[in-house]
Design a protein around this ligand. Structure first.
Ligand code: SF4
Length: 375
């Protein structure tokens, strides 16, 4: 029986950041309390269906899960522990944002068995944080980080963002240097994407204000700088945007990229079990009345599975295994994608041996490389 990953979505934040299109919003204590009730009901119901699988990663994400009170967090954790079979070697992560964390909450997480803390920082520059609409400054991140280490967190991720409005390469370098000096175990470094239906979209899309966004060339420089600085500091890049000290790669996310079964619970959460994918409703009203109802159930065809195998697997620096492709689909990767792979190899964008993986240049042009895997 395959191991299972669990994802729990907490769709609340103190305020909405100006660039964010995630499923999250501010809410009253009563709404959050009611949501925790519904989530616990969903955990019990889903455990009846999938509780026989051993859970080896849990990820509580959001939104801002650290907005929950200690009591709410303990309720969720107790429900999980009582209804699922949990592996002893469990990776148990929670996302937390500075401004919502304190020593009591951090101790509660440790007591719940949470052993990986993912902190949303984005930048060490207070002007940039303000521009992003974050609720915290750099000092409050530092205080929380120090407290987390004191509470016994030996596995901490820090999320960073580049390509911010007005950001110079030097400013990004300052952020990277400050974070590297703290020696977190893992760093996720994403480029800002201007998403529709966000204040940033209004501000920076189709207006002259785009001139305050770094040029594509500057964004590239930031990406290279990040890769170089982090590599010098002993972080290895294991995915296009993720870097870790050896042994601290995020098992939960690797599961997503390698096609492992995962069960998502909570508002709008996605699941994929045995090549069937579904999504929970994004309506809080519907979720509150029918927390266990599935929406958009999609059974992945072999073609879909092959595409995902390539798209997701090639995000990892180790890429995909040709043998695994053959074993899974009973066809060689050459017979399905040979022509495109050969073209990409000749262009120096992939290496094609026992495994297939993107070269550094291939990572820069990953979107282009991926287009050829659509069947
Ligand atoms: S804290 Fe995260 S989820 Fe919440 S609004 Fe900001 S970016 Fe979005």
């Amino acid at each position: 029986m395959q191991n299972l990953s669990l994802y729990l979505h907490i769709p609340f934040c103190i305020q909405k950041c100006a660039y964010c299109d995630f499923l999250s919003a501010p809410a009253s204590d009563a709404v959050i309390d009611n949501y925790v009730d519904c989530l616990c009901k969903e955990i019990v119901a889903k455990a009846e269906l999938y509780g026989q699988n051993v859970v080896d990663t849990i990820f509580i994400g959001g939104g801002t899960p650290s907005i929950l009170s200690i009591h709410q967090m303990e309720r969720i954790n107790t429900t999980l522990q009582n209804h699922f079979v949990i592996a002893s070697a469990l990776e148990y992560s929670i996302e937390a944002n500075p401004g919502t964390l304190n020593g009591e909450k951090l101790s509660c997480y440790r007591a719940c068995g949470i052993n990986r803390l993912s902190m949303g920082l984005q930048s060490a520059n207070n002007d940039e944080l303000k521009c992003l609409g974050r609720i915290h400054d750099y000092q409050s991140f530092l205080d929380n980080y120090t407290e987390a280490r004191k509470c016994g967190f030996t596995n901490i991720n820090v999320d960073l963002m580049s390509g911010l409005p007005g950001q110079t390469v030097q400013q990004y370098q300052d952020t990277l240097s400050k974070i590297v000096a703290l020696q977190p175990n893992h760093i996720s470094a994403y480029g800002l994407i201007i998403e529709e239906n966000t204040p940033f979209y209004e501000r920076y899309h189709n207006t002259n204000a785009t001139s305050s966004l770094p040029s594509e060339e500057k964004e590239r420089q930031m990406y290279y700088l990040c890769r170089e600085l982090l590599s010098q500091a002993g972080y290895h890049q294991y995915e296009i945007s993720n870097y870790a000290k050896t042994g601290y790669e995020c098992k939960h996310n690797i599961g997503y990229w390698t096609g492992k079964n995962y069960l998502g619970m909570g508002l709008g959460a996605s699941s994929m079990i045995h090549n069937t994918r579904w999504k929970n409703t994004e309506s809080m009203v519907l979720y509150s009345s029918k927390a266990t109802e599935k929406e958009e159930v999609i059974e992945l065809s072999t073609k879909d599975q092959m595409e995902e195998f390539m798209f997701l697997g090639l995000r990892l620096t180790k890429g995909i295994s040709c043998d695994e492709f053959k074993e899974r689909f009973e066809q060689s990767v050459r017979s399905v994608y040979g022509e495109w792979l050969q073209k990409m190899e000749e262009s120096g964008l992939i290496v094609w041996e026992q495994r297939i993986y993107l070269t550094k240049r291939g990572m820069d042009l990953a979107n282009y490389v991926m287009t050829g895997f659509l069947l």
